[in-house]
Design a binder for this molecule. Structure first.
Ligand SMILES: Nc1ncnc2c1ncn2[C@@H]1O[C@H](COP(=O)(O)OP(=O)(O)O)[C@@H](O)[C@H]1O
Ligand SMILES: [Mg+2]
Length: 295
């Protein structure tokens, strides 16, 4: 049972992220949660004015640095428990915090906080490389904003990423690994056979294709679920979203997979996963610590 949920004030015009937030909010309401809309400028202690003690979820956008810890502390003061601690939230959100625990099951990655460091990292890894900020890539801008075929190009991409809040001052330079292709997105971005898996305490709860294309099976195959579970256990984050892609290995059987990305389950898009069964499972398990019980 989850008696309470915070839902971020939605941005307009509404897009896919807002459609997911709406579906999640409606589902949690049907499951018995009372909801509070969290305005961006709302002081943290006001967020829980109407919050019932017990477990709670926060649904919406990746919060700016510091905001999660603030909200988590205000929740605890009202005897309300969010699934992830501030440190767990950071491990799920900033890839440099997660990476040491994912070595070997995710593409090799070096870190840079200047464009020159990114150039050197790219030279050390060898072309091609994939660049992203510590929190997000710039994939909406197309493949040219993410893939670099040499150190010079990596330097240019890193300079751009570092000026964006999605980097939080650090860029990842990752070995670009060949993934099993499912064609290209409208902006030319290569789509892989890739799945999003929500896990709670290391157990997969629900999964769906990451790219919304019929070429990819809807539910993740067993091997992908097993790797998501391993990533979740290694990261030790209670509520997590894990993105798993199939490696392009010719006709090798069984297929091999890699961990592409992770995120706090509270701020991850549903990728076509049905909201009600997902949140019903989370509410049914609701296995995270709660200040009410520790009182
Ligand atoms: N190292 C890599 N090699 C090849 N493709 C990658 C690599 N990293 C990411 N991708 C592809 O790029 C997409 C976006 O990367 P991701 O790290 O998930 O960025 P974002 O945080 O913006 O979602 C992934 O879903 C995957 O298909
Ligand atoms: Mg991603």
């Amino acid at each position: 049972m989850i008696p309470f949920a915070l839902v971020d004030e939605m941005r307009s015009p509404p897009g896919p992220a807002e459609a997911d937030m709406l579906a999640s909010a409606e589902s949690l309401k049907l499951l018995g949660a009372s909801l509070t809309t969290l305005r961006r400028d709302l002081p943290a202690h006001d967020a829980f004015r109407y919050g019932a003690p017990g477990r709670a979820l926060w649904i919406g956008y990746i919060p700016p640095p510091g905001r999660y810890a603030e909200i988590h502390a205000a929740a605890a003061a009202a005897f309300i428990g969010l699934p992830n601690s501030p440190e767990e939230h950071r491990r799920a959100t900033e890839l440099d915090a997660a990476y040491p625990r994912l070595v070997g099951i995710t593409p090799e990655t070096l870190w840079a906080s200047t464009a020159a460091e990114a150039e050197a990292a790219s030279a050390a890894l060898g072309a091609p490389v994939f660049l992203k900020g510590a929190v997000k890539s710039d994939k909406e801008a197309g493949p040219e904003a993410c893939f670099a075929d040499g150190p010079g190009a990596a330097r240019t991409l890193a300079a751009r990423l570092l000026s964006s809040p999605r980097a939080r001052g650090r860029v990842a330079i990752r070995r670009a690994v060949p993934l099993r292709s499912a064609g290209a997105a409208p902006n030319g971005f290569p789509m892989a056979h890739e799945w999003r898996v929500f896990t709670l305490h290391g157990e997969p709860l629900a999964s769906s294709r990451y790219w919304q294309t019929e070429a990819i099976a809807a539910a993740a195959p067993a091997g992908a679920l097993a790797l998501a579970a391993e990533a979740s256990r290694r990261l030790d984050v209670p509520f997590l979203a894990v993105d798993i892609a199939e490696l392009a290995d010719g006709d090798r059987w069984p297929p091999r997979y890699t961990v592409v990305d992770v995120g706090d389950g509270q701020f991850s898009g549903l990728c076509g996963i049905s909201a009600f069964p997902l949140w019903a499972r989370v509410a049914g398990a609701a296995a995270w610590s709660c200040p009410e019980e520790e009182r």
